[in-house]
Design a protein around this ligand. Sequence first.
Ligand SMILES: [Fe+2]
Length: 194
Amino acid sequence: MVQTNVRRIIENSCDHHHLVTIHDMQVNDSVKLTVLDEKDVELSELPIAKEAWMGFIVEARIKTFLGVRGITKALGLNVETMSTRADLWPSGILATTKLDGQERLVVLDTVTPISENQTNWQVLIMVNKTGNLFLDLLSYIVFGWQGRANGFADKLLFDNMSADTGRAFIKCDQPVLKFRQFYQSWVNKAQSNK
Ligand SMILES: [Fe+2]
């Protein structure tokens, strides 16, 4: 249970710089986010209607993947690059992460509103199998623990953030603003159908 609204939780994924400032991902340079154009991507495998879809890719050259360098090294993952393809709809995200070009992790986030400022946030973490049972077990523990730790860090902010925080924007807020526009278009559709 999170004390915020659906939009806040989903738009957080469009704030690529918070991976460094909140989740302790150490990078060699800056984190890059590219908003995808529906003309450039294949959506046929996703259960998302085209008009309810928004997508982006986050890329970075990293020193640590969300604060687990020592453990990822032990896993044989001396990772140098990460890229996450995110497919969003107004109340959910499917994020597929590649480390050094190899798909390792898929995270499904969905949010269910309960009341004005209360939501249920569900997170499902899927770890790609490597074919090595020991590595797979360790990966489940590491990525599972990491997912929980990152979720708690976000929840702490959501629970304490005032609903009208964030009135002035800078260039790197563009993806969040784009998501807000997209989200609002669905709020309008829902209201006009009442
Ligand atoms: Fe986060």
